[in-house]
Design a protein around this ligand. Structure first.
Ligand code: NAG
Ligand code: NAG
Ligand code: NAG
Ligand code: NAG
Ligand code: NAG
Length: 285
């Protein structure tokens, strides 16, 4: 009995902690004098490695790399501000250096760029990043993650008909979760769940019964979902089933998509043959 309850406790703890303590290698954060918050748009940049949070060496970390880091943190761009080495002397060891995105400012994840791992002399030239907190206007089927512990996990929101809404996680597939993560610039979903983080009552639920194709080259949710402007009725789904994901980036081998622009041009209609089922039940139209 004790064994069973500790097993139950452990499994509840594990499934909970997947999202709550959900940082993964490659995650970024901004830190100011020892404090880090998801809401920060500027601060000293740190990256999570298997050994913990560490510094990004600022050698050649110019506007291209800054833009990519800001995209990963959820912003449209970086302010071109090369201030280095501020916000505290509580620096960790250097996790990566010589980051080079080869002029591809459009990337969504810093690990798409080349870099050197580990400890190198960095001459205390750490990156202080200033992201532009005025984002581009969202496009239909754009995704974002809210309320997570780092920017790679949280409540999934999708933009439709001029408004951010949620995705029903009640009937949902691993393939659809991978697609959500790929559109956000990651390679796959580590986990997904219902309702850990929920939107407010008035937020529309835009998508339900989302079964997406498993094709690893597909990177845009718009390829398997339509944005009709009709909410899922609360009878069908409630915010307690709001989809949450935890995305990961597994380096190498990943070439498709992951650009800021790659999903803007996707026509928002189901493509025949790729959609097994799509139901957006309207309560208002
Ligand atoms: C950014 O750095 C790269 C070298 O890593 C260099 O080739 C490029 O010209 C730099 N760009 C700017 C705008 O300074
Ligand atoms: C550049 O950084 C400084 C802080 O060192 C800040 O006061 C200034 O507003 C920033 N410049 C821009 C263009 O944001
Ligand atoms: C910040 O981003 C917005 C939206 O893309 C853009 O209009 C504005 O010019 C940017 N500001 C700076 C200082 O780059
Ligand atoms: C969400 O909850 C439903 C009902 O409890 C369950 O069947 C489903 O597997 C859950 N979905 C996820 C993504 O955890
Ligand atoms: C992503 O951006 C790179 C460089 O800007 C470009 O070569 C590539 O074609 C883009 N990929 C997609 C899928 O848009």
């Amino acid at each position: 009995m004790a064994a069973l309850s500790s097993f139950l406790f452990l499994s509840i703890f594990l499934s909970y902690s997947l999202l709550i303590d959900g940082q993964s290698p490659g995650d970024l954060r901004l830190i100011r004098n020892g404090v880090s918050r998801l809401s920060y748009s500027y601060g000293r940049l740190q990256i999570y490695a298997s050994t913990g949070w560490g510094e990004v060496c600022g050698d050649n970390f110019n506007i291209t790399e800054r833009n990519v880091a800001c995209h990963q943190l959820g912003y449209s761009s970086s302010l071109n501000n090369d201030t280095i080495n501020s916000y505290g002397s509580d620096v960790g060891s250097v996790s990566i250096s010589e980051v080079n995105c080869y002029g591809n400012s459009e990337y969504l994840h810093l690990l798409r760029c080349s870099y050197r791992k580990g400890f190198h002399t960095c001459q205390r030239n750490y990156v202080t990043l200033y992201c532009n907190s005025t984002n581009n206007p969202p496009y239909d089927s754009q995704l974002r993650l809210l309320y997570g512990t780092t920017s790679s996990n949280g409540l999934v929101q999708v933009y439709c008909s001029g408004q951010w809404g949620t995705v029903c996680g009640r009937y949902f597939t691993p393939d659809a979760a991978h697609l959500v993560c790929r559109q956000l610039g990651y390679t796959s979903a580590k986990s997904y769940s219902n309702g850990t983080f929920q939107a407010s009552y008035w937020t529309p639920i835009w998508l339900d019964n989302l079964y997406c194709s498993a094709s690893p080259t597909e990177v845009c949710l718009g390829s398997c979902a339509s944005c009709t402007g009709s909410r899922v009725s609360t009878y069908q789904c409630s915010h307690s089933y709001d989809l949450n994901v935890h995305c990961v980036y597994e380096a190498l081998h990943y070439e498709e998509g992951s650009n800021t622009t790659s999903c803007e041009s996707i026509e928002l209609r189901p493509r025949l043959g790729e959609v097994r089922q799509l139901t957006v039940v309207g309560s208002s139209s």
